[in-house]
Design a protein around this ligand. Sequence first.
Ligand SMILES: Cc1cc2nc3c(=O)[nH]c(=O)nc-3n(C[C@H](O)[C@H](O)[C@H](O)COP(=O)(O)OP(=O)(O)OC[C@H]3O[C@@H](n4cnc5c(N)ncnc54)[C@H](O)[C@@H]3O)c2cc1C
Length: 388
Amino acid sequence: MTILTESQTVLVERARLFAHEQLLPFESKITKFATLTDDDAKRLTQKGIEAGFFATNIATGLGGRGLSLFENVLVQEQLGVTKDILVRRATGNVYDCLTLASACQREQYLQPSVAGKRWAALAVSEPDAGSDVAAMKTQAVRTDSGWLLKGSKLYISDADYADYFIVAAKTAPERGVKGISLFLVDKQAAGFSLGQRFNMIGFDGTSHRELIFDQIELANDALLGEENQGFQLLCSTLGKARLAKVAARGLGKCVRLLHEMTEHAKQRQQFGQSLSMFGTVQSKLADGATGIRLSRALLWETAKRMDAGEACREEISMLKVYVSELLGRLADDAVQLFGASGCHDGGTIESFYRDARLFRIIDGTSEIHRNIISGSLLKNGVLPLCDV
Ligand SMILES: Cc1cc2nc3c(=O)[nH]c(=O)nc-3n(C[C@H](O)[C@H](O)[C@H](O)COP(=O)(O)OP(=O)(O)OC[C@H]3O[C@@H](n4cnc5c(N)ncnc54)[C@H](O)[C@@H]3O)c2cc1C
């Protein structure tokens, strides 16, 4: 029995087929060479657009595919079975906060982004402001003609490929997170430069760069959304991204790893029998399958509740923690099960193992998300979060 509607089942099947036929053929290039050529990137974007998987989170009236968050989660899980850069190029980096764009910003940023012609990167982290977003020093000061932006950002994903940046900056420094605004900053802007490059342990093919804003003059219309509402915008944009791009994609990776482990356990012979005959191996497979099913249940419930208008802040944090840690355990178990063949470069297990480690840090660390869950419990008691 499936609890999906007929059209949702079709959507899942289409996404599964797309991942296997269009994304997976590129995977070995990424695991071996750690880069995606511009030609391959463009081909993937074109395929994503043709298949209807590009900018699925953006309303049709704004040029996107207008899927609900629940449908997005279904799609992202299926696509998440492979390397992140492939999914990124095939589905786009069109952040939800861009839907607040003014008419002029729509033309300049949103429309080309949903068409796969311009790419955004989200820039929040700084040398002294990681988990503690309020500590950011990048500042935008009002001028007669608009804003003057000064500061820097660190570890910004996809900075090389991006054409423009959604930059969080203080506009009322004395107000902490309530004094942060978002700005749209072109890569070509005078005073902008890319700084240090960071080769992360995983996410091969995605660049991570320092961004430097040296007194950039921005027009009034560079402000995205309302002044000093940036943190709220980030929270709602990142909440949905955490569900679709972190939890659902991470779950896809769990399914892929469990598949690889199950096949290897059946095929690999030692001591005259397959590894699958050993109880310790069976336990790992059973625990992996159980974790996946339990995670998916909360993921689907949360996405549906968010589609109905609930904030689900704590549930998003639960999923971010649980799925990223499940992925970490499964990747570790997979390396153990594959032995030396899971330890060397150029292989699926080794590259997924490196990617998995990053899931506990990106988009809020496990500790910060546990703080959100426990903070809610301590403030509101156990009932709102854990009762039916
Ligand atoms: C691969 C990758 C891609 C990234 N992409 C982007 C991007 O595109 N845009 C962007 O803006 N940023 C990006 N980041 C940065 C990312 O958001 C930060 O790494 C993350 O927010 C954590 O900040 P930090 O690394 O400075 O760690 P810190 O905040 O210095 O934390 C260090 C450790 O202390 C713990 N800690 C901190 N505060 C508390 C607390 N209150 N309670 C308990 N423990 C605490 C943390 O959990 C962590 O274990 C990326 C990072 C990585 C690794």
